[in-house]
Design a protein. Sequence first.
Length: 654
Amino acid sequence: MSQNHYTSSSIEVLSGLDPVRKRPGMYTDTSRPNHILQEVIDNSVDEALAGHATEVIVTLYKDGFLGVKDNGRGMPIDIHPEHGVSGVELILATLHAGGKFNSDNYQYSGGLHGVGVSVVNALSKELEVTVNRDGAVHRITFKDGYKASELEVIGQVGQRNTGTEIRFLPDEKYFDTPKIAKKSLCDLLKAKAILCAGLKITLIDENAKEEEAVTVWRYESGIEEYLYDALNEIDYLPKEIIFGEFKGDGEEVIWGLAWSEVGAPIMTESYVNLIPTMLGGTHVNGLKSGLTEALRDFCEQRSLLPRGVRITPEDTFSHLNFLLSVKMQEPQFSGQTKERLSSRSIASFINGAVKDFFILWLNKHVEEAEAIAELVISTAQARLKSSKAVVRKRVSQGPKLPGKLADCVSTDVNETELFLVEGDSAGGSAKQARDRDTQAVMALRGKILNTWEVPTSEILASSEIHDISVAIGVDPNDEKLDELRYGKICILADADSDGLHIATLICALFLKHFPKLVEAGHVFVALPPLYRIDVGKEVFYALDEAEKDAILKKHENSRGQKSVTRFKGLGEMNPIQLRETTMSVDTRRLVQLVAPNVEEKQVTETETMLDFVIDSEALEDTTNPIEVFDKLLARNQRQERKEWIESNHFHQEV
């Protein structure tokens, strides 16, 4: 689009539920309707978590409708004082409307985004809500997300007969298939029944055979029965599964642990407010680090570690079966599908609780503890043997290492990381914030050379690029990575536009001249926050303007004083802030740079898989990073780049 044609009339504002229908994949999983059904189930289970419901009934109807019914308090049917419509209509027809943005109504809940059930409405051909409340039966209906009938009273019930029933017909045009994955649904319902002791959950499938049409789950005990049942066909350590729990101020955690023998299948499940987090997140990181620290202490006290062997979190988790369930106020998820928790504070809470508990357990059960330690140590030894860990280059063995490189202690490429940091000031903070055992830091002098169109044979003329090559132990266009010194190369630049420019230049360097590093999954971009938001005594960090606005909106009714600080650069963050937000493996967010046509690899911690740093939708839905960097950096596209910058914006994906 020419700059001359870009006027105010070009700006389109999506209202109501239109943003969901425009890009449903941003709000839910569009492979099947399972996730929108889960959103409705979550609301009913939240009522049970709050102590107001004892039963949830899920129905798969023959005509394709899906239904969820509970005996909770019932959605509000009174008129909202500001918006002039009933509470139930506001919840169903408005994004970011709900009763879960503070702890007055729900101490713990899974539906904290405020978009869940309205997304269900937006992506359904028909939706009907029936509310039993105040001695009456109320009903309201929607079609294609729009109100089809007003909320009206259709009958009378007893005062104690309360609850909500939602029936909806998913619109197949938004999903790859309209069919529900029943096994996944059953696994979800069973897990929720187990994690919410005493809650009765019933699944009615009108399409199934009569003997399979009704399934009921109800567990008076907690996760113990679940884990023993799940692991009953494998050998594990110890003989009695390890269970623990801890309650803090507004947070609760419960866990079960058992190590399998080598080669046995592994069961790993984590939940936040009964929401399954299949991609883990900060709560799992806290469990991982807490167990590892406790096991290291035990091994060191008893001199169990062979020389040169250091236990890593991956060694601890390699054969671990675990179930982790966390209840917390206002969890933050990376994405509306809630598959990964990103709340930073929970990592240290779980780390401390698990570490203290596990140290006591290990010293009370020494024989079994030593068996677990032996298994984990053997895993570490196998890792070291298979990886052929690189010995650090000495001055006598090759080029002198760059003077600005603050190296780490470990020589194992499976755990070492190099942070390429923008500027001396930020480099100084990063050196204080790092884990000296596994994290190295090298400060760069601002913007490096744009190498996108420079021949590989010439790029080492740049001293900065020469130093990067020496530090990582790999020459440009090396086919082999035998001398690679760090398993992760993390680009750490300011969160502002200048920082993004620098990150783009370094990404281009690796993508164009070190392609094997990118293909092997070694290159990442760290995502530091641009804002710090103080709400009373609570502190939040936001990556960008949109995340800042979302945090402020969520806490707009909080009584505490609010203040927003914009970081001009990484150097303004103190080492503790930089560690917590950007460098700690428990709480950081990383973006992995992926080469074209390379199959996605499994990512860990709070990492996210992206093809490139810049938002592809702003780049005409380009999916090839080569084309993206051509548009951003090629000399022959200067005019097109200028027009694009003036008529678009880009942001970091998380």
